[in-house]
Design a protein around this ligand. Structure first.
Ligand code: PMP
Length: 443
């Protein structure tokens, strides 16, 4: 470590209680990022780290994009903040229109939030309120999926299916049930792209309908591709079947596209890729390239109209955030969409998909690798776990990868990769070359 580094490093590493972090471990070997540009982060000891995760699945256009930075600066000089309650500012409407144009079908109405977690809470609340507005107030039950991640608020962890995120936090939301996750480790081992086996898993929803009476169910929420629990790609036909069952029973289908939105799997949204039209879509992350916190929920004409055609009240939906449609976030969002469009980033995952897929699967021969999965510009490498220590091996890979100059993400013993969409073949070679080195020498 250089002298400059020790000078720059904060003395107190306890005041900031870091989220989803092994805080005690971090204090022993802090990893500090001080700058970023394009595909690389810079550490405080002046090392370049190739970003294999687009920050946290969010910096899809890469780092330090001049267009976004200029838009943010200009917006701060013009209108720094404006409430969105009973008044508006032009950029919030402009961005909503642009977003609605990008989203297929009639998901034409955008409700702004500040994060993926808030988008999820918002969508769940809209679902219940929608049924009530139509005289079906008994529809309050929510269905999630095992191994689903929908953020960290109480609605999100309730419909979510990650035991560690739930077990310490007491009572979850009532009236929530789960269908099984879609990962079939034996049937779909080392599959490339969408797995062939497992469409029958969608029938779990019919079983829950029979169990609860479908007229009590408000909505089903799933990630089209489950990201945070290790990149679980849905079996062919599975999402279409969920759609059919929801339509049959009058249940709303919500796609949580916080990760898959904005080009991650080679189309603008997973809605395009799977050609399945949900009733709501939750987004965040790539919406502003990760620069300014912002999320958005897309709702169909039918949902929006249910609120707009009732008796005229002061307010149709009693929900919103101080920062809903924040002008600086809107400016960042508009600039981000321009970059995506100008550089064709929302379909780049399709162009590079084969090269990426071959690179991800090139690690399949390593003895510690138990499974490999990919879609668009997402990849997962699942490692054999050490008995009784189900996260240790991947975490140690993460630490060594960081030392060797690549940023990867781990969940359990799974390594998840999701680079900025500006990635070039040479970066893919660098990423997987280094990762191979790390995994070869892991134990
Ligand atoms: N939903 C999904 C599918 C996510 O992947 C995430 C974040 N990884 C969230 C919701 C929560 O987003 P945030 O961390 O912005 O609250």
């Amino acid at each position: 470590m250089t002298a400059a580094t020790s000078n720059n490093r904060p003395n107190d590493l306890s005041a900031f209680w870091m989220p989803f972090t092994a805080n005690r471990q971090f204090k022993q070997t802090p990893r500090m990022l001080v700058a970023a540009e394009g595909m690389y982060y810079t550490t405080d000891d002046n090392r370049q780290i190739l970003d294999g995760t687009a920050g946290l699945w969010c910096c899809n256009a890469g780092h330090k994009r001049a267009k976004i930075n200029e838009a943010v600066r200009a917006q701060l000089d013009e209108l720094d903040y404006a409430p969105a309650f009973q008044m508006g500012h032009p950029k919030a409407f402009e961005l909503a229109t642009r977003l609605a144009q990008l989203m297929p079908g009639d998901l034409n109405h955008v409700f702004y939030t500040n994060s993926g977690s808030e988008s999820v809470e918002t969508a769940l609340k809209i679902a219940i309120a929608y049924h009530r507005a139509r005289g079906e107030g008994q529809r309050t039950r929510l269905i999630g999926r095992e191994r689903g991640y929908h953020g960290v608020n109480f609605g999100g962890i309730s419909v979510g299916g990650i035991p560690t995120n739930r077990k310490t936090f007491g009572t979850m939301l009532g009236g929530v049930d789960h269908i099984r996750h879609t990962h079939l480790p034996e049937e779909n081992k080392f599959v490339r792209g969408e797995p062939e086996n497992g469409v029958w898993l969608a029938e779990d929803l019919e079983r829950l309908c029979a169990l609860h009476d479908p007229s009590t169910i408000a909505a089903v929420i799933v990630e089209p591709v489950a990201g945070s629990t290790g990149v679980l790609i849905p079996p062919k036909g599975y999402l279409k079947r969920l759609r059919e069952i929801c339509t049959k029973h009058g249940i709303l289908l919500i796609f949580d596209e916080v990760i898959t939105g904005f080009g991650r799997i080679g189309t603008p949204f997973a809605v395009d890729y799977f050609d399945v039209q949900p009733d709501m879509v939750t987004t965040a992350k790539g919406l502003t390239n990760g620069t300014i916190p912002m999320g958005a929920v897309f709702a169909t004409d039918a949902i929006y109209d249910a609120f707009m055609t009732g008796p005229e009240n002061m307010i149709e939906l009693f929900h919103g955030y101080t920062y809903s449609g924040n002008p600086v976030a809107c400016a960042a969002g508009l600039a981000t969409l321009e970059i995506y469009e100008e550089e064709g980033l929302l379909t780049r995952g399709a162009e590079l998909g084969q090269y990426w897929e071959d690179a991800v699967h090139s690690l399949a021969d390593l003895p510690l690798v138990k499974d490999v999965r990919n879609l668009g510009l997402i990849g997962a490498i699942e490692l054999e776990s050490i008995e009784g220590q189900p996260t240790k091996r991947a975490f140690s890979a993460f630490l060594q990868a960081f030392e060797k100059g690549i940023l990867i993400r781990t969940t359990g013993d799974i390594i998840a990769l999701s680079p900025p969409l500006i990635i070039e073949k040479s970066h893919i070679d660098e990423l997987f070359g280094t990762l191979r080195d790390v995994l070869k020498n892991l134990d």
